[in-house]
Design a protein. Sequence first.
Length: 242
Amino acid sequence: MDLHTDAQPLKAAAFLVQALGLEDDPGVLAPELVRVERDTTGGVYAAELASSVGDAAFLVYIYALAARDTAGRTGRERFDADLATLRTAAERNAPGPRLVAHALTDADGFLLATTPATYRALAGDAPLPSPQAPATAPHAGGAPAATRGAAAEELLRLLRAADAEATAWLAAVAAEGSVQAADARIGDDAAAPASLSFSAEETELALFLLDEGSIRNLLRALNVFLTAAREQAASAGGETTT
């Protein structure tokens, strides 16, 4: 059974609408859900929505309670285990998504989770940081030229480190056989993992990336760097040919 083409996305959308008190039509919302994971007992769908605390990313876990996975666990057993894991993570303030709501029907189980920051905002503990400005400014207060130099040096170090971590992660995923074509162009359907189960840390990263405000300033800075670098390269090339 293909869980992405049956009623699973519609059920996930209906639960999302009910849990968040949205006015959206589940039938309209369902095609906009992004499948993050699937297996024989259900799936995980991601959504980015405008909520009462601003744009936020959510994950909907759906379980076919009577089905069994390859390890022999039923969907109900996985629902209970994941529910306990989410509750324990919140109690210990551990990394990972935070439980927003859960529900059971005769056939299906549902969990709704979001990032720790969005969960705190929904609970009224703290507002979400503005996507237009960094949450922290480590070099604030210095001269602009010194701030630019220090920030650029740190950005270079962090980007090199991030690329190294991305290389290690992709190699590990490929070693598990989850990536069908290592040299396929990013974004191709053929390169999408057929089944990729996320750990708590990976789920937190996925939620962070799904929230478009998370790296907006980084993307803006990189765009400024690339645009300026290309203009300078073009100008230098023009000067050498005259």
